[in-house]
Unconditional design. Structure first.
Lengths: 171, 223
């Protein structure tokens, strides 16, 4: 494996903070998000020759990050089941520094089904276009628009009034 | 009133506690790459029937264990094989004509017939025969795929390598059809460049061909 080129280093440094933020909002855990972001960037490095030719390399990196998050969720639920089976006593864990208490928006986002959560974060936090979100999630643009619409409606129900401008902006 | 979802998410999202340590990311990338190469090598060994098979298949180099190029009339031991020692009554003789071009007939499994029936009348092959099979295979693959699969992307096949085989003790065809049949079988590696762009496994295939009195028989596609 050749030495990393400047483009790759710049790409990783540019995407790191946003990737951590997105994954933290997605998983609700900053420690996990940092680990997943690092793993996603390692995969970008591994496949950089191919990834750099994509229309949206960023979308690919976010997709990898989210796939890793899904694997993490699966692993964690298996761990939970194992704990339950063994009835292991769990030690008291100090409350994490993030997320802050009373973040109702975060709670509402986390209650969304995972595909709706993905599109909301990619569209509104990362700032990808609908076309790029569709490429990242490997689904048609129409599906992305539908998912955004449903997610905004669910958020509106939970939080009272997510501005209707968001909905029109999404479509 | 929630002003803007974008701003709120921006405000809510945490910042990384430390800057990116690119060295450790790069180190991890190297680990992942090594692991992928190891998996790839393992897959090749498994697909080719064990270590012996992987190293014995003469795909990249000159075909080994081949009769020297001699004209057909001067081949003294050109008796057909009986084949199918270990298999049932089915034989590749029942494979129908795929196409005929320039006096050359090519046979392959028809609709509802599986690959893998042993050829009973396989004749010995020379280097010239292998070359003929090489030239034949892109057309045969094209016609075969067109008849059976139809997706456009499977057309325009390219032959990557050819040799006599199959070799290796774990290859089932060698056991089932007998060593003599195996020695008289041309193994051709074919790639479908369009498919290989999106699937490495589906983008390549291996075909076993035998020369018989009636023409060439494509009698197996192990992968």
């Amino acid at each position: 494996m050749a030495e990393p080129d400047d483009d790759l280093i710049a790409f990783c440094e540019r995407q790191h903070a946003r990737l951590v933020g997105m994954l933290a909002l997605y998983c609700g855990d900053l420690d996990v998000a940092e680990e997943l972001a690092q793993e996603a960037l390692a995969r970008v490095c591994r496949d950089w020759k191919r990834v750099r030719t994509f229309d949206s390399s960023e979308a690919w990196a976010y997709r990898v990050g989210m796939n890793l998050a899904h694997s993490y969720f699966r692993r964690r639920s298996a761990e939970r089941r194992a704990h339950k089976r063994l009835a292991a006593e769990r030690s008291e864990v100090p409350p994490p520094m993030w997320p802050p208490e009373g973040a109702d928006l975060l709670e509402a986002v986390r209650r969304l089904p995972h595909r709706q959560r993905s599109v909301i974060l990619l569209r509104y936090y990362v700032g990808l276009r609908v076309r790029e979100v569709a490429a990242a999630l490997d689904c048609p643009e129409g599906t992305v628009k539908t998912l955004i619409h449903r997610a905004l409606r669910a958020l509106g129900r939970d939080l009272g009034n997510v501005e209707s401008r968001e909905a029109s902006d999404a479509i | 009133m929630r002003s803007n979802l974008r701003d709120e998410l921006e405000e809510l999202a945490p910042r990384p506690r430390a800057n990116l340590d690119f060295g450790s990311v790069w180190h991890r990338a190297r680990q992942l790459r090594r692991r992928r190469m190891l998996l790839f090598a393992t897959a090749i060994v498994v697909a080719t029937g064990g270590v012996a098979g992987a190293f014995a298949l003469p795909f990249d180099g000159e075909p080994a264990n081949v009769n020297p190029a001699t004209p057909p009339e001067s081949r003294p031991q050109d008796t057909p094989t009986t084949g199918a020692e270990g298999r049932g009554a089915e034989s590749a003789d029942s494979y129908p004509l795929l196409f005929s071009r320039g006096g050359l007939n090519v046979y392959a499994p028809g609709k509802g017939q599986p690959f893998g029936w042993c050829p009973r009348g396989a004749l010995s092959v020379s280097a010239d025969d292998i070359e003929a099979a090489r030239r034949l295979m892109p057309v045969a693959a094209h016609v075969f795929v067109k008849k059976n699969l139809a997706p456009r992307q499977f057309r325009k096949a390219k032959v990557g390598g050819a040799g006599v085989g199959p070799r290796g003790v774990f290859i089932p065809q060698r056991k089932a059809c007998g060593i003599e049949t195996a020695r008289r079988t041309v193994v051709l590696g074919v790639t479908f460049p369009k498919v290989a762009e999106w699937s490495a496994s589906m983008g390549s295939a291996t075909f076993y061909l035998s020369r018989e009195d009636r023409g060439w028989v494509i009698w197996d596609q192990p992968n």
